[in-house]
Design a binder for this molecule. Structure first.
Ligand SMILES: [Zn+2]
Length: 259
């Protein structure tokens, strides 16, 4: 990954995406206006941080990659396996649709999502010029949202999986993601026969590797070019918001992607 800094706004980029001039970034928590516990570049709404702060922070991340805020398309992330293909930005005075993956082939759109431990997956097909972003927490992962989004890219845009490049952004590491009985059962049953390979059993506890589970779904769909950030949000709460790492009292960092 490449670390960029623009006017105090720091963000990570995938080298493989930058090589194709795909504008994107995962924004660290510094350089915003929000106060504790959202300090400071919080992009998440409805968590107590005044709306004006979130709007100002949003302006700053769009500025950092030279994209107009009016180009954004975002969704109300609800841990579903719903995928939206969009060819126009979301009107800023309209409500976002409920979904957890977005695809577009329109270069005038900037895909925008928010994270704090869940796995961000970015997709780009240089051949068909299609970009996608996925939000995969454990519910989306057991619903195979990453696998389904690649299939949608193939079906709707004619992408070939072998052409697609993918990136897995900052998200919680396996050592920080203990899960309990109900989730363990869902991982094993719904990801059958592969679920067990993403679980680690240690000292009577069970941990779920969200990152490798989503990388596996990319591979299963035929995507072999995958760049992984290798950054854990909960290991690095100084730089990233982490729901687990900060016991639910935190903000959300932003991710942007545009053709
Ligand atoms: Zn960690």
């Amino acid at each position: 990954m490449l670390l960029q800094n623009k006017n105090g706004i720091q963000f990570l980029q995938f080298e493989s995406f930058t090589a194709h001039n795909v504008m994107h970034g995962f924004f660290m928590r510094h350089g915003g206006v929000s106060l504790d516990p959202w300090r400071s570049l919080n992009l998440g709404g409805n968590n107590g941080d005044p709306r004006a702060n979130v709007v100002e922070n949003r302006r700053r991340i769009f500025d950092a990659i030279d994209r107009p805020v009016e180009s954004l398309f975002d969704v109300w992330q609800v841990h579903s396996d719903t995928i939206i293909c969009t060819d126009s930005p979301r009107q800023l005075d309209s409500d976002p649709l409920q979904a957890d993956a977005i695809l577009t082939d329109n270069p005038d759109i900037t895909l925008f999502m928010r994270f704090a431990d869940c796995v961000p997956v970015c997709l780009f097909d240089p051949a068909t010029q299609v970009a996608g972003m996925i939000h995969a927490g454990w519910p989306g992962t057991v619903k195979k949202i990453t696998y389904k989004t690649v299939l949608k890219m193939v079906k709707n845009y004619g992408s070939k999986p072998e052409n697609i490049i993918a990136g897995i952004g900052p998200s919680i590491c396996v050592n920080h993601f203990e899960i309990k009985k109900d989730v363990i059962e869902q991982v094993i049953n719904r990801l059958s026969p592969d679920g067990d390979r993403f679980l680690i059993y240690q000292d009577g506890r069970t941990y779920f590797n969200l990152q490798t589970a989503n990388e596996y779904q990319l591979n299963l769909a035929g995507v072999v070019k995958v760049e992984t950030a290798g950054v854990c949000t909960a290991c690095n709460t100084k730089d990233w918001f982490s729901h687990r790492g900060e016991k639910g009292s935190t903000g959300r960092f932003g991710a942007l992607l545009a053709l």
